[in-house]
Design a protein around this ligand. Structure first.
Ligand code: NAD
Ligand code: UDP
Length: 314
């Protein structure tokens, strides 16, 4: 297949490039590098089936030749990034998704949207299954990301229903691994960097909020299965191993052999406004439709991630 990946120089996008190239496909990555980096794809320079195009996908996307699939990952998914760039976040979710869908339609390509567990907001149902419609504050600070993805899902379904476009929607739950930006502000880079530098781990508020962390390779496998499947409705992909952020901090300290302490802090910006209290995917549908479930235990995934960050920090 000839596949285009928006956000292809980002954390997940670059791993998808690697996987799809390894599977024998031709891959084009489009990225404006706002949060991504060419460092994530530098090893692919000169690869005969890979091409990188620097471009903002909120503008018209021109691609020569046929395309079999468009995977739309461009977004600003870290709370620090989307709180700093709320309008760009809304634009990439709305205008960027529109351009990517238009391209897929023009080429007769299959379209896959990278959506998020944030569409469930601060969920009133636990664990979250795809049938839950969510609990989102549209005018809160997180609303810019959540609503951009909800709009993107609605637009994707509208293209499917109106134009018969072959569409797929993956709702990604917290995913981590090598190539996350050291300063992207999400909890994994923050805690791992702090642990390796011997700094206190900044646990927000009481640390009792929960998340469920999925290793990138499991997610990439799930996305590839979804792309090949016939499932048009959204599918959750994530690791149902739920833990409190406090326990997660303790685990990272232990696995990295760090002597860091835990420091409870209340951020004085808007980072914890509407911060979901609990999050855990119900992956029954992914198991049934894709025969997928995560294989990498969190301890193993974290060991690989810590080793990668250690290397990066020198
Ligand atoms: P990332 O920031 O590493 O990747 C996003 C990429 O999109 C970056 O390379 C960025 O430069 C690019 N981008 C942003 N706006 C753009 C624009 N206007 N034009 C072109 N490129 C643009 O983050 P990630 O974690 O790899 O996320 C990838 C996708 O997965 C995103 O759509 C995100 O919403 C989704 N997702 C990720 C997680 C997670 O835990 N990592 C969870 C839920 C959803
Ligand atoms: N968090 C924290 N300390 C940090 C960064 C994040 O306690 O230094 C918390 C944050 O409040 C949230 C959870 O960790 O409850 C996950 O945050 P992240 O930014 O990784 O992603 P989210 O799941 O909120 O999108």
């Amino acid at each position: 297949m000839r596949i285009l990946i928006t956000g292809g120089a980002g954390f997940i996008g670059s791993h998808l490039c690697d996987r799809l190239l390894a599977d024998g496909h031709e891959v084009m990555a489009i990225d404006n590098l706002i949060t991504g980096s060419t460092r994530n794809i530098e090893h692919l320079a000169g690869h005969e089936r890979f091409r990188f195009i620097k471009h903002d996908v909120t503008e018209y996307i021109y691609v020569e030749g046929p395309l079999d699939a468009v995977l739309h990952l461009a977004s600003l998914p870290s709370p620090v990034d989307y709180l700093n760039e709320p309008i760009k976040t809304l634009k990439v979710g709305a205008l960027g998704t529109h351009k990517a869908l238009g391209l897929a339609r023009a080429k007769g390509a299959r379209f896959l949207l990278a959506s998020t567990s944030e569409v469930y907001g601060d969920p009133a149902v636990h664990p979250q299954s795809e049938s839950y419609w969510g609990h989102v504050n549209p005018v809160g600070p997180r609303g810019v990301y959540d609503e951009s993805k909800r709009f993107a899902e609605a637009l994707t379904m509208a293209y499917h229903r109106t134009h018969g476009l072959q569409t797929r929607i993956v709702r990604i739950f917290n995913t981590y691994g090598p190539r996350m930006r050291l300063d992207d502000g999400r909890v994994v880079p923050n805690f791992v960097k702090q642990a390796l530098l011997g700094e206190p781990l900044t646990v927000f508020d009481d640390g009792l909020r929960t998340r469920s962390f999925c290793y990138y390779s499991d997610l990439v496998e799930g996305i590839c299965r979804l792309l090949r499947s016939d499932e048009v409705e959204p599918v959750n992909l994530g690791n149902p191993h739920e833990m409190t952020i406090l326990d997660f901090a303790r685990l990272i300290i232990r696995l990295s052999g760090s002597r860091s302490e835990i420091r409870f802090v209340t951020p004085n910006d808007q980072r914890t406004a509407d911060d979901p209290n609990r999050r855990c995917p119900d992956i029954t549908k992914a198991q049934r439709v894709l025969g997928w479930q995560p294989e990498v235990p969190v301890e193993l995934g974290l060991r690989h991630t810590i080793a990668w960050f250690r290397d990066r920090l020198g």
